[in-house]
Every structure is written in structure tokens, then in C-alpha cells.
Design a protein around this ligand. Structure first.
Ligand code: PEP
Ligand code: MG
Length: 762
């Protein structure tokens, strides 16, 4: 035996103690040692767990159950997991271990009798082999019997199906992975939540805090839309706060576990944190960030006046700065096996799963790399799970590219032959920035040779620009990430993803008399985005799904077969010919306006003649909308609409936005999704620029807001040109906002300087 005790108190633990207390235990010990207000706790060490296995004679039968299990066979995996967990749960814990835990619990009870048991797994040589979220946490435990039960439940969770799967795929031997249990006083928090000590996307010194009522699990699990606060560390004050309706809360229930209950209506809209509390939390965040040297993702809880810190770990989403090189873990040189377009930045590695057919998506597991000809809306649930996405077809504006950028998942599109060259289970590394696929697992190393999980991005302070910098959103779940960029509004909310995600065509809802369901789904989705951008304009685009995208959905069998759906029955032309479908959308918008969301603007796609705008506006009027009060505008994505912009202005548009993804393809006759002509897709083609330039000048002359929401609005060179030409706003992808804001500011400063110099010279 090792000589390490079965129980260690937080005060005895440092970050080096991971093998005994796991990542979570070590982090809590370290936090307590620097004076952060961590609730008292002890850890049942991994040595205690080993002793339990040995003394109960479990080792042999347990590892026999796990040995050689084919983790790709779901049934075999589930059955092995079930047997292994049962063995652990049913075994009798040695009496002396029980009594040690009991003594420690008695001591902990002096500060509070309710505790939580949190799993903290670790491999022998790895800081965190717990693969977050795979092991149990039991909250609200009262009494020693309940605690012993909870500890055994947490131990057993080391053999859950997902945990076994990951260890096998990552090449860990099951017997080298241990588990420690943190037994901590449960803070019966009145409010709790999470905090990013620096901006999670840009790395700016902005502390982002999310909070809600009750226990923090409601925020961590995403069960509630929390309040959001932005604390600017340079100005030392809260610069932004968004109060959301907090519908539910999770609270302790009896002697064991928790319940979710409705928050009474009077408390739902109440602001959770005062400015004073935000400042105190941010200060703890700074202490932790400075101690660890990297921005932290923390959990906190407040009861009465007291703040507690429950967790602190490095943020992994901030883009690493500085020069990087890649190295295979074996040290051999990297081998590029495929190339395409880098559609969503980031590096990821994992086993390939080929999706030939939508029926295959059940096979997709967390951490896989999805390889498919082209993604479609049915695949979105699986796309949420995967570490990266690789497609044969498509360009920067295809479905896979748009969705993966919003999910923050690395993606390479248009490789032409990924589904032929890659095979199921093959481990690859995807570089979503450069568009490269490497054989095997490649570790990211900074030039100093240290393994880099996170590097602090030396990002500039949030810059105020005269040209608005807005963000594009397609999925409501990306709204918070989008808002966290500090964007000046949403320049394009595509509702297709929302509607396609329902898996039924609008016509299906109409035919089955489920119009109200359609309206409420659409309304709830849009509301999430409006709520994330209070007081900032959100331009929602009416439906623009080509017929081929509807075909796989219920009701899709009635969609016409079109030879060229891109030029077919889509956008405003379809809505004008389908009055009921259009009316359902208008009714949704009207209800939102009636609720007071006057930041909602509506944008019509694929207009080619001002008549279409006039007809659409008339439909709004007939539905009872005060059309002179609301913002109605158009996309400019057909050359005809750029040429006729003055007539559109006379027809009453309030704004226009360049949909360059389509404008380019229609101007130079290059299919945006066809990888055979990708090289000829030329955003800065002189004809495209000429159309944009003349439309900007006409809009400026008439004081009409003119923007861009196509992919070209995320390209710094293009944006420089657009700002020089006088565009009044740009709308970019979430991942591009920081760079685009900087580009806009620099261009504006140069224009001002040039003007001043010219004045001096005259
Ligand atoms: C565009 O065409 O530029 C645009 C933003 O619309 P979508 O990509 O949805 O066609
Ligand atoms: Mg378009």
C-alpha cells in the first residue's frame, strides 16, 4: 500500500496531489491555500478507492467484466457497464474505511450537516482523465448512511458506459484510472452560477458572470437562462447586464438529492446580482486567474452576504496566441492526408465516424469526428456532440460551415474525398483554420515546448466604432456566445435552422392544423436571441430554405423536385406565393412586437424587384402590423436588387444588407456549394465590388442603413474596403467579431487621419 491516507482535508492538499485527490480535489485544495472562500471539504482519496477494490475482492471480477469489451457494440458496452456498476454498488465497504469516513463527516458536520459528494477521477499520469461530466455528483446528502451510499454511487460511476468508452478509445487501461470523492459542505445557495475571468472567446479583460436562483446546477446544466453581467476589469465596473426571466430553480430536496421547481413569477425577472456582488465575484476571479496564470472558468454560490467559490479550471475556448507548432504525440513528423477549406477555426482530434445516411447518426458519440458528404439540418443534434466536422462538399457558406462556426466546432469542408479516404475509427487531427487533416493524434505545442491548453490572448480593449459591428446567428443556442462578443446587434438571424430543426415543413404544420405549435416554436427561438441583445437591433430574416433542404423532413415528400434549388422556389418569392406560411411568420413577429420587443427588425431574402417588398409589406399591414413603425428591410443578394436599390428605397425599405454568399454566386455564376468551382468563387470580383459600391453610395445619399451579412463580412480585407466605401454596419460570424471590430476601428482612424492631413495640406 502507498502510505497515502484514505482521507485528506482540503488544507492538506495542493495542486500536485492529483494522483490522490483527482483534478477537482487538487484544484479546491489549491484555491483554499490562496485564501479563496472554498466551502470546507475532505477527500476520500483514490488510495481509499483502491483499498476498497482490493479488500472486497472486486478487482478481479471487475476487470474481467471490462476486459476486451467491444465498446463499439452498444449492447455489449451497456451490459458490461451495468455489471461493473452493480459489482461496485453491491460490495460491502470495509468497516474501518466506513468509520474513517464517518469520523471525517462528524467533523465536517460542525460547520454544516448537508454535504455534496463530487467525483474527481484521475489517471496515474494525467491531470484530468475524468472527461468532464462522466462521473456522478450527488448533492444534498444528510446523514452518514446516505453519504456512504453516495460515495459508492460515485465510485460506481467510474464504470458508466461513456466513461468505459472514452478510456478505451483514449488507450487507458481501466485499472490505471482512479477516482477520489470530494465530500464538501453543500452551500444552500440563494443564487449561484458561473464566471469566466476573461472573455471566453476573445480573451479581453472582461469578466463574464452568469447567475440564477438556487443551486448552481441550474446554470451549469443549461436548465435556465441566467442573468448575465459583464465586468470590465480595466474600468473596474459592470458595463453590461442582461436580466433574463429565470423560470426554474434547483434546490435541495429532503435528505438526499435535489428537485427542480418553478420560480414564482414575482422573482423571475428580478436581477440576481447587485453591482457590488459582481465586483466581489470578479475580484475572486482575478485572484484565481493571477494565481494560475491563465483565465479561469469558475463556479460560485452566494448565501446571505457570503460568497463561495466551488470550482476553478482553465478556460479552453480562448484562442491560443503566439506561434504554435504541431507535433505528433509519437514525435514523428505530421502527415497531411487531406485538404479542404478551413470553415471553422480550432484543432481537434478523435476517431472518425462516417455518416453516409441520416440513419447512421445514432452511432455518433461525444468526441468523434463526423465525416460526411454534406451535413443537413437533421444532423444538427449529432453535430453538437462531435469534436470536429469534415465534409466532401461545400464551401465557407454551406450548412456545415455555418453551423459549426456557431457551435464553435472545428470544421473542414469541401475535401472532395473525405468519405472515401477516411474510415470509421481512424484517429485524425483536424485543423479548422488551415483546412488540413492530419493522420493520427497531433499535440499542440507552444514554441517553448510546453503543452498548451490555454494561452492568454493579448486582445485589445473593446473598441467603440462608428460603423456598427454586429453578429450573425443561426441557432438560438449560440445567442449567448454571440452576445458575449459585445456585438452591436444581430445583423442576420436565419430562421431556417430553427424551422428545419423542427423536422417538419411549415406545410406539415398547416395541413395538420398545428399552426399554433409552429408559431410558438418560432417565437421561442427568436425570443432567446432578442433577450440576449436587449436594446440592440436584431434583424430576423424571413424563411429562406431551398426545397432540397425540406425534402428529408415530415411533409417534405410534397416538395417539388427542382434541378437548381438555388435558383428555385425559396426566399420571399415562395412566401409571397404561400400566404399561410408567410402569415404564420408575420403573426409570430407581430406577437413579439406586441410583447414590446421593438429591437426586432425583419429582413426579406432573395428580393429581385421592389414590387416584392411592397407586396410583403402589404401582408404585414393586413396582419395588423403598424408598418410605418417597424423596421422592414431587404437582403441584397441578387444583382437585380443592387441595381434597383434606389427604387427599393422609394418603396420604403428601412435598411439593406448584402448577402454576398448569394450575390457572388449569382453575379459570376459560380455555385457556392460546388467544390469543383470553389477556386473560382471570387468575393472581390470587380463586378461584385461595383454592384456593392454603387448600392452603398445610393443608400448613403438617402440615409438608409446599409450592411453586410454574407461571409465576406467576416473577411478583414473586404471589411476594410467596405468601411472605406462608407458601409454603415457589418455583421460577422461569432469567431470573427474581435478581428473585424479591430479592422473597422483601424480603417476609421486612418480615414480620419487622412482627412485631417488633407485639410492641413490645403
Ligand atoms: C448570403 O447570401 O450572403 C446570406 C447571408 O444568406 P444565406 O447564406 O443564408 O443564403
Ligand atoms: Mg443568401
Amino acid at each position: 500500500m502507498t502510505g497515502i491516507p484514505d482521507i485528506l482535508w482540503l488544507e492538506e492538499i495542493r495542486k500536485e496531489d492529483i494522483p490522490s485527490v483527482g483534478g477537482k480535489g487538487a484544484s479546491l485544495g489549491e484555491m483554499a491555500s490562496i485564501g479563496l472562500p472554498v466551502p470546507p471539504a475532505f477527500v476520500v482519496t483514490s488510495q481509499a478507492f483502491r483499498r476498497f477494490l482490493i479488500q472486497t475482492g472486486l478487482e478481479e471480477p471487475l476487470f474481467t467484466v471490462l476486459k476486451g469489451v467491444n465498446v463499439d457494440d452498444n449492447e455489449a458496452l451497456e451490459s458490461a457497464a451495468q455489471k461493473a456498476k452493480e459489482l461496485v454498488n453491491k460490495a460491502n465497504m470495509p468497516d474501518d474505511l466506513k468509520s474513517e469516513i464517518s469520523t471525517a463527516y462528524e467533523k465536517l458536520r460542525r460547520t454544516g450537516e448537508i454535504v455534496a459528494a463530487r467525483s474527481s477521477a484521475t489517471a496515474e499520469d494525467l491531470p484530468d482523465a475524468s472527461f468532464a461530466g462522466q462521473q456522478e455528483t450527488v448533492l444534498n446528502i444528510k446523514g452518514i448512511e446516505n453519504l456512504l451510499n453516495a460515495i459508492q454511487t460515485c465510485w460506481a460511476s467510474l464504470y458508466g458506459a461513456r466513461a468505459i468508452y472514452y478510456r478505451t478509445k483514449q488507450g487507458f487501461e481501466h485499472h490505471t484510472v482512479n477516482i477520489a470523492i470530494v465530500v464538501q459542505q453543500l452551500i444552500p445557495s440563494e443564487k449561484a452560477g458561473v464566471m469566466f475571468t476573461s472573455h471566453p472567446v476573445t480573451g479581453e479583460p472582461l469578466t463574464i458572470i452568469e447567475g440564477s436562483w438556487g443551486l448552481g446546477e441550474a446554470v451549469v446544466s443549461g436548465a435556465v437562462s441566467p442573468d448575465k453581467y459583464v465586468f470590465d476589469r480595466r474600468l473596474e465596473r459592470t458595463t453590461d447586464r442582461l436580466v433574463s426571466p429565470k423560470i426554474i430553480e434547483i434546490i435541495p430536496d429532503g435528505n438526499y438529492g435535489t428537485i427542480t421547481r418553478d420560480v414564482e413569477s414575482g422573482r423571475q425577472e428580478v436581477q440576481v446580482l447587485s453591482d457590488e456582488e459582481v465586483k466581489r465575484l470578479a475580484t475572486y476571479g482575478i485572484v484565481s486567474e493571477e494565481h494560475y496564470g491563465v483565465p479561469q472558468d469558475m463556479e460560485w454560490a452566494i448565501v446571505g452576504e457570503k460568497i463561495f467559490v466551488l470550482q476553478s479550471r482553465p478556460i479552453t475556448t480562448i484562442k491560443a496566441s503566439g506561434s504554435m507548432k504541431k507535433e505528433t504525440t509519437s514525435g514523428s513528423s505530421e502527415k497531411v492526408i487531406l485538404q479542404g477549406q478551413g470553415a471553422s477555426p480550432g484543432l481537434a482530434c478523435g476517431p472518425v465516424i462516417i455518416i453516409d445516411d441520416i440513419r447512421d447518426i445514432g452511432k455518433v458519440k461525444d468526441g468523434d469526428i463526423m465525416v460526411t458528404r454534406m451535413t443537413n439540418p437533421d444532423m444538427v443534434p449529432a453535430m453538437r456532440k462531435v469534436a470536429a466536422i469534415v465534409t466532401d462538399e461545400g464551401g465557407m457558406t454551406c450548412h456545415a460551415a455555418i453551423v459549426s462556426r456557431e457551435l464553435g466546432t472545428p470544421a473542414v469542408v469541401g475535401t472532395r474525398k473525405a468519405t472515401q479516404i477516411l474510415t470509421d475509427g481512424m484517429v485524425i487531427t483536424v485543423d479548422g483554420e488551415k483546412g488540413l487533416i492530419y493522420e493520427g493524434e497531433i499535440a499542440l505545442h507552444a514554441d517553448n515546448g510546453k503543452n498548451v491548453q490555454v494561452a492568454v490572448a493579448a486582445a485589445p480593449a473593446k473598441i467603440i466604432t462608428a460603423t456598427s459591428v454586429k453578429v450573425n446567428v443561426s441557432m438560438p443556442e449560440a445567442a449567448q456566445r454571440a452576445a458575449a462578443t459585445g456585438a452591436d446587434g444581430v445583423g442576420l438571424l436565419r430562421i431556417e435552422h430553427l424551422i428545419l430543426g423542427l423536422n417538419k415543413t411549415p406545410n406539415w404544420f398547416i395541413k395538420n392544423h398545428k399552426e399554433e405549435d409552429f408559431i410558438s416554436e418560432l417565437m421561442n427561438g427568436i425570443k432567446v436571441v432578442l433577450d440576449a441583445f436587449p436594446g440592440k437591433p436584431v434583424w430576423v430574416r424571413t424563411l429562406d430554405a431551398p426545397t432540397d433542404e425540406f425534402r428529408n423532413m415530415q411533409g417534405g415528400e410534397n416538395e417539388p423536385i427542382e434541378h437548381n434549388p438555388m435558383l428555385g422556389w425559396r426566399g420571399i418569392r415562395r412566401d409571397l406565393q404561400s400566404p399561410t406560411q408567410f402569415r404564420l411568420q408575420i403573426d409570430t413577429f407581430k406577437r413579439l412586437w406586441d410583447l414590446g420587443y421593438d429591437n426586432l427588425g425583419i429582413m426579406f431574402p432573395m428580393v429581385s424587384h421592389p414590387r416584392e417588398f411592397v407586396l410583403a409589406k402589404e401582408q404585414f399591414r393586413q396582419a395588423g402590423v403598424d408598418v410605418e413603425k417597424v423596421d422592414l428591410g431587404v437582403m441584397i443578394e441578387i444583382p437585380a436588387s443592387a441595381i434597383l436599390i434606389e427604387d427599393f428605397i422609394r418603396a420604403g425599405i428601412r435598411f439593406a444588407s448584402f448577402g454576398t454568399n448569394d450575390l457572388i454566386q449569382y453575379t459570376i455564376a459560380i455555385d457556392r456549394n460546388n467544390e469543383n468551382v470553389t477556386d473560382m468563387y471570387w468575393p472581390k470580383h470587380p463586378a461584385v465590388l461595383a454592384l456593392i459600391d454603387q448600392a452603398i453610395q445610393v443608400c448613403r445619399k438617402n440615409s438608409v442603413e446599409v450592411s453586410i451579412c454574407g461571409q465576406a463580412g467576416s473577411d478583414p480585407d473586404m471589411v476594410t474596403w467596405l468601411v472605406e466605401k462608407g458601409i454603415t454596419s457589418v455583421s460577422s460570424n461569432i469567431d470573427a467579431i474581435s478581428k473585424i471590430r479591430e479592422t473597422v476601428a483601424k480603417t476609421e482612424q486612418r480615414i480620419i487621419l487622412d482627412a485631417a492631413r488633407n485639410k492641413n495640406a490645403n
